[in-house]
Structures are given as structure tokens and as C-alpha cells.
Design a protein around this ligand. Structure first.
Ligand code: AMP
Length: 143
């Protein structure tokens, strides 16, 4: 299963936020879109960082409510692990588990083209397992 297959089920929409926005704006965006992380980008193409709900929690724990006025750039992770459309989704699960993060932006020729969350990979995996089970049942019933 490739990242391209995972994205074909959920679409290529990626929510981004500019690095000079505040953590309050980022928190509202995450809540409105019902997502756990947002790619940080000034032009919606190049990945400057990633900001997840965990980064916001850490900033709040460190600085209290004042953290909400701080810039996204100050709390985001800059060293982002990305993947290509051709990447193997099982390999991605390993990367996420080892790196303890749940989101991987998809980049082609330096341009952001999608994002895969651990939920997307698990969903796709479950669908594949269900399809395999169904095929096996049919095979046994017709044998
Ligand atoms: P998450 O589990 O995705 O909510 O993120 C947990 C932590 O990992 C946060 O500090 C994120 O900024 C960071 N993070 C999330 N995704 C990535 C990624 N693809 N590469 C590097 N760090 C990430």
C-alpha cells in the first residue's frame, strides 16, 4: 500500500498556517477543521514546519495563557519528516511509531501535495483486511 493509495481515499487537501500567526489562531484552526496538526507554510507549497496540538499544550504548560499570543514559528517543529507519493504506507507507520508523531506531510518536487495521519493509514489497513477476509470467505464458500 502506497501513500498515493491512502491519499486517493481521503483527498489531497492540506490545512496550512503561516508561521507569523498566533497559537490562539492555530488552536482555532485545529478545532474548526477537527484535525490534530497543521503544516506551517508561508505560501502553502514549501513546508516550514509542523505544529500539532501537542506543541500547543507544551507551550501552554511552559508559559500559561500568554502562550496563546506567541507565534506559531516559536513552537513548531522545524525538522519535519516528509514522504513522497510512492512511499510505502507500512514504512510510514514504522516512522510514526519510532518518531512518536502521527502526521507526515507528502511532498513532491518541493511542493506540499498532501498529509497522511496515523488514522488514515489505520483506516486504509482495516479496509484492506476486510476486503481480504471477504475474498477468502467467498473463495471458501465456492470451493
Ligand atoms: P503529533 O503526534 O503528530 O501530534 O506530533 C507530536 C510531535 O511531533 C509534535 O511536536 C509535532 O510538532 C511533531 N511532529 C509531527 N509530525 C511530524 C513530522 N512529520 N516530522 C517531525 N515532527 C513531527
Amino acid at each position: 500500500m502506497t501513500v498515493r493509495q491512502v491519499l486517493s481515499g481521503k483527498g489531497a487537501d492540506v490545512v496550512t498556517i503561516a508561521p507569523d500567526k498566533t497559537l490562539a489562531q492555530a488552536a482555532k484552526l485545529l478545532a474548526d477543521k477537527r484535525i490534530g496538526a497543521v503544516v506551517v507554510s508561508s505560501d502553502e507549497k514549501a513546508v516550514a514546519g509542523i505544529l500539532s496540538e501537542r506543541d500547543i499544550i507544551r507551550a501552554l504548560a511552559r508559559n500559561g495563557a500568554a502562550a496563546l499570543d506567541q507565534k506559531v514559528a516559536d513552537s513548531m517543529t522545524r525538522d519535519v519528516v516528509t514522504c513522497s507519493m510512492q512511499a510505502d504506507a507500512d514504512h510510514l507507520m514504522r516512522l510514526m511509531t519510532d518518531g512518536k508523531f502521527r502526521h507526515v506531510p507528502v511532498v513532491e518536487d518541493g511542493v506540499l501535495v498532501g498529509i497522511v495521519s496515523i488514522g488514515d493509514v489505520v483506516n486504509r489497513r482495516l479496509s484492506d483486511i476486510e476486503a481480504e477476509q471477504q475474498a477468502l470467505k467467498q473463495y471458501i464458500a465456492s470451493a
